[in-house]
Design a protein around this ligand. Sequence first.
Ligand code: FAD
Length: 496
Amino acid sequence: MSQRRVDHEVVIVGAGFGGMGAGIEFKRLGVDDIAILEREDDLGGTWHVNHYPGLAVDIASVTYSYSFEPNPYWSRLFAPGAELKRYAEHVADKYDLRRHMEFGAVVERADWDEAKECWAVRTADGTVRTARYLVTATGFLSQPHTPDFPGIDTFAGDIIHTTAWPDGYDFGGKRAAVIGTGATAVQLIPEIARTARELTVFQRTPIWVVPKIDFPIPRPVQHLFARIPLAQKAARAVNTSLLEALMVFGVLHYRQAKPGNRLAALLAKTHMRLQVRDEAIRRALTPHYDFGCKRPTFSNTYFRVFNQPTVHLETATIDSVVPGGIVLADGRRVDVDTLVLATGFNLWDANFPAFTIVGRDGRDLGKWWREGRFQAYEGISVPKFPNFLTLNSPYSYSGLSYFTTIEGQMKHIARLFGEMRRRGATRFEVTERANAEFLDRATRNLASSVFYAGDCSTSRSYYFNQHGEATLLRPNATLTTLYEQANFPVSDYVYS
Ligand SMILES: Cc1cc2nc3c(=O)[nH]c(=O)nc-3n(C[C@H](O)[C@H](O)[C@H](O)COP(=O)(O)OP(=O)(O)OC[C@H]3O[C@@H](n4cnc5c(N)ncnc54)[C@H](O)[C@@H]3O)c2cc1C
């Protein structure tokens, strides 16, 4: 693509589905000099790191996959995590991505070099690689959050964060505690409850849980999908439309479409009513924020465990951890042998961005976002950051299957680099004007969403940044997003 000497034409950071999608798109554009730097020892991102019991996708698998690489052989409607990992391996092999990947490469910093017109990307071992183009695909949910309760270092039993699961861990005869009740905990808790002597679930924020219509996909249907891909495409379209309707009417247009939102909440409450016998527990499990403020989840087994005499729901604040257990703010103590931290991820502090990135005129991306506003044109590029694309950025997430996000971004890359090629350019940068207009539009559109028009005050949702602004989700319907990302005005960038 360009003539000047750099180590790589493109450096992509992260070998999850985002980084792999970007790699595929660059290869389609004819770029082969790509380095994909990944700090883990294998590819797959989320689906490599997470392997706790019960892990499964919570968006139907026909939808949670690249549209151009359907997998007819998903074993269930919601495939288990290990299948996602195998799917990632299949994609890497088929699209010849492995030879571009370097594992154990922890990227610490990237600086734009204006004189040489390239990025200098430094890894923890001190190596610096230069690249014409830098793409960060470091994930939203990839930097684990570990709570710092006083005394946690003194705990005498095992402490397990869900991202570092010791495979085959046996809870038999143990008193377990799970801290957190997000989507991961909802999958994990029924698994632990099967064998633990006692299980205490520490809940700070309840979660909306709707029934999970999950079943094994029969062989004949898999064969049908394999032989007639159009059949699977139709299944994908139906599923996407259902999710889209929930998103548009329940979340994005809450102000105009409250009944859709209320209906979803009613479904979740009825589900709980049918599954949990004790009224006080039901009350404690009921969220006090509107449906959609925080990512809701699906489960048929979560609520039921609270009927077991061995499972206890604890809503009191945790004061500290002692060698034998957890001390609560009201003075009570819960004895614990194994402490499971289902405490999620440090999204806004550690992922935006995942390492120091300094663009033109010394603009530090992390500082600029924090001191000003979180923003990224089309959820992918930032003014003063030439030749840089950030896939996990403010306003980039569609809120549906992550693949709708990455495929929109792949379209954006195709259009941008197609335009550069047409102009014979090697450099791009989004204009301040286009970025400001996008931010205005996003802010305006969000005003009628549940985040602003609803009551999210008690949701503690990762959709909100540290200023309390909902700047993670792209406030558009998927089709609008895909159209915009594939057809943005080319004058929104300057090229040279
Ligand atoms: C338990 C769990 C369940 C989920 N279920 C769903 C679901 O059902 N549906 C859905 O749409 N989404 C789900 N998600 C979100 C999921 O993260 C995305 O769907 C998708 O996998 C994100 O892909 P990614 O490539 O953007 O990020 P990731 O898969 O997180 O990959 C990012 C990669 O970047 C690497 N990295 C980060 N920082 C650095 C660095 N400094 N140097 C080098 N490498 C670095 C990480 O090691 C990681 O491999 C789930 C997430 C989790 C954690």
